[in-house]
Design a protein around this ligand. Structure first.
Ligand code: ZN
Length: 423
């Protein structure tokens, strides 16, 4: 019976002298077993043994009548505390597999009461080998194809993985089983697409796929719950993206978005919904106008250098006659307003695309064809205090493409466009 975990050893008599300092969060192997009789110890005496990288031979603690208490409230999180009578120490266990820890504690409890243990493989309490007491590898960087692991698996304990300059055409499926992975960097490869399976990485916070050959970012990926809730950094620089999917605005935890050096002509019309976004760079694209909701962002840094922003953007609104909206438009406005889910299994594809094409009026309402389009020049300084100019002449005003959804919004805009803008 043996588990791998982190153990802090706390001396209860003089906590200041506790071994904790030396072994803080130290990786250890705990075993329950018995040793053949020697040194006057009765045969069959059960011990709890703790081995660490510094102490491979291990320290043994008597089990029978020596366990004062087991604190197992957080066993589901892989944590527990074992309080010993002699010596007066607490073993603070963490980072254990919750199921293994549960079994381990139950065997320990039984052994402490001196009961017979059936069906349990006990350890012989031999010294631990180096591998089992080494801290599990949490970071791996591969920058050369010859270092790519072909025969052995990636360590399951990895939290950060970088595989760059390996001419990867697709992502190795073994990577998707790395449940602890938080940062995945696959920059400088030749990836042409990203599979949906990336969303299996439930703890992924940062995805870096810059310098590849991506022509699209999968919309379906943005709707996967753990991806949506956890991803805080997305780096898509130096690819071949022509558009970003609307659904990218569903990435509610995204703090940093980098899309420099692509072929983007616009940014998603609902980008203003990304309330946590603080760092946005989209330099060296082909953006001509920005969507109105862009003005709702409040960013720490913003870089839109070297795009193709239109020059003359102050377009006068001409009088138009408003026709009643079509039935399709009325339905579509309601579907988007109430966030009703839709997909291609339930609706015809062209209706789905129609719903995707929703424009947002400055009043916040969704509209479709029955709307008025206009562009107005806006200062990027209202969005970010540290905005960089969009060209070498120091320009920071850019054209914003907007829509007005109804005669009411249209009239309010006509009366005072700037007051309305700042609503
Ligand atoms: Zn409106």
């Amino acid at each position: 019976m043996r588990i791998s975990c982190s153990v802090d050893l706390i001396n209860r008599i003089s906590p200041s002298l506790s071994v904790k300092k030396q072994s803080k969060g130290g990786h250890a192997q705990l075993s329950i077993g018995k040793k053949p009789s020697h040194d006057g110890i009765k045969e069959g005496t059960m011990f709890l043994m703790m081995c660490t990288a510094k102490d491979k031979n291990g320290t043994k603690y008597l089990i029978k009548d020596n366990i004062m208490q087991i604190f197992g409230k957080f066993v589901q999180e892989g944590k527990a505390t074992v309080r010993l009578k002699d010596p007066e120490v607490d073993l603070l266990i963490s980072k254990a597999d919750s199921l293994q820890l549960k079994n381990f504690l139950s065997v320990l409890k039984t052994a402490a009461q001196g009961k017979v243990l059936d069906n349990v493989t006990l350890s012989t309490l031999a010294p631990a080998n180096s591998k089992s007491v080494e801290k599990p590898k949490s970071k791996m960087t591969i920058k050369d194809r010859k270092d790519y692991p072909l025969r052995e698996n990636f360590p399951q304990s990895l939290e950060k993985l970088q595989v760059s300059c390996c001419r990867l055409k697709r992502i190795d499926t073994r990577i998707f089983s790395l449940r602890k992975l938080e940062v995945l960097n696959l920059s400088e490869n030749v990836l042409e697409s990203l599979p949906e399976d990336i969303s299996k990485l439930g703890n992924l916070r940062e995805l870096i796929v810059s310098n590849n050959l991506l022509s699209a970012f999968p919309a379906s990926l943005c709707l996967k719950e753990n991806f949506r809730q956890n991803l805080s950094l997305l780096d898509l620089c130096h690819n071949c993206l022509e558009t970003l999917p609307l659904q990218i605005c569903e990435l509610e935890s995204l703090v940093s978005l980098k899309v420099d050096h692509n072929k983007l002509q616009t940014l998603p019309p609902t980008i203003g919904r990304m309330k946590k976004l603080q760092f946005l760079s989209a330099s060296n694209n082909c953006i001509r106008t920005l969507p109105a909701s862009f003005m709702q962002l409040r960013l720490e840094t913003l870089d839109l250098f070297a795009n193709e922003f239109l020059d003359d953007s102050n377009q006068q609104l001409t009088d138009i006659s408003w026709n009643p909206p079509s039935l399709v438009e009325c339905c579509a406005r309601m579907i988007r307003k109430h966030k009703l889910p839709y997909d291609e299994e339930e609706l015809h594809t062209h209706l789905c695309r129609y719903l995707d094409s929703a424009r947002i009026c400055w009043c916040g309402a969704f509209c479709f064809e029955n709307s008025v389009k206009y562009t107005a020049s806006m200062s990027l300084k209202t969005i970010s205090p540290t905005v960089s100019a969009v060209d070498t002449n120091g320009r920071t005003d850019i054209p914003v493409l907007s829509f007005l959804c109804s005669p009411q919004c249209y009239n309010r805009f006509k009366q005072n466009p700037y007051a309305y803008w700042r609503k």
